[in-house]
Design a protein around this ligand. Structure first.
Ligand SMILES: Nc1ncnc2c1ncn2[C@@H]1O[C@H](COP(=O)(O)OP(=O)(O)O)[C@@H](O)[C@H]1O
Ligand SMILES: [Mg+2]
Length: 227
């Protein structure tokens, strides 16, 4: 069940089945810092926070701009409609993937702060307990034939459901302690309408792997299964 909190220029939506005592302050970095809710800071492209609240662990991410646009503005996006904001889109997309039993984080809450013509956005997902990213596993020589086969099967499941991941790379794939793979970071992703989009995401993943030490071209077999 989703609840909505509207406060002047701030729109917040959260899943009340996940939170017993939701507070919009979870989006407030000063508050979560002061209250000691931050378990760790994750430095990726932007900054994500692992937060513990009411005995549950979440990941809070703030959307930041990439590429050329980041030179103009760090985290402001042009506002068109609420439905087309980054956090609403990723929240809804994750919900639909989650309901298809695909291994993705459960979305918990989102925020959109509207300015005059722009907005900033944040998303809270339930943390996937993991033992590392595909990136870590390759670098540390922990991948093996069985794990590559499981990854292949996981990617096939996403393919069967027409999921296009716009930023599939070795850091957006997590591995848990039962050897299950999970895909995260579905910003700008959508259901694809042509197969070549899926292939594009697989090639993107391969490019990210080719940069890594100890990577031995294991994607070749996976790529073949999609062509
Ligand atoms: N639900 C999640 N469970 C566990 N870790 C996560 C989750 N969501 C994000 N992370 C971690 O936070 C990092 C940044 O999140 P991500 O959604 O990839 O944002 P971006 O790459 O745009 O900064 C990820 O690389 C991952 O380490
Ligand atoms: Mg990422």
């Amino acid at each position: 069940m989703d609840e909505i909190i509207k406060n002047k220029n701030i729109y917040i939506q959260y899943n009340s089945k996940i939170f017993n005592n939701f507070t919009d302050k979870l989006f407030n970095i000063d508050y979560i810092t002061k209250e000691g809710l931050i378990k760790s800071e994750i430095n990726g492209r932007g900054k994500a926070y692992e937060i513990e609240y009411d005995n549950k662990v979440y990941i809070l991410k703030h959307y930041i701009r990439g590429g050329f646009a980041s030179k103009i503005s760090y985290d402001n996006y042009i506002f068109d409609s609420l439905a087309s904001t980054r956090s609403v889109k990723e929240y809804n997309f994750l919900n639909s993937l989650f309901s298809k039993d695909l291994p993705v984080p459960k979305p918990a809450a989102l925020e959109v702060i509207k300015k005059k013509f722009t907005y900033t956005a944040s998303l809270i997902t339930c943390k996937i307990q993991n033992v590392g990213t595909l990136n870590d596993f390759v670098i540390n020589n922990k991948m093996n034939y069985e794990l590559w086969s499981i990854l292949k099967k996981t990617l096939e499941d996403f393919y069967k459901h027409n999921v296009y991941h716009a930023d599939l790379n070795a850091k957006n794939i997590l591995i848990d302690n039962k050897n299950n793979f999970h895909l995260i970071d579905f910003d700008k992703s959508y259901f694809f309408y042509e197969k070549k989009l899926f292939n594009k995401s697989i090639m993107r993943l391969e490019r990210s792997l080719l940069k890594l030490e100890n990577y031995n071209n294991e994607m070749k077999r996976i790529i073949k299964s999609f062509s």
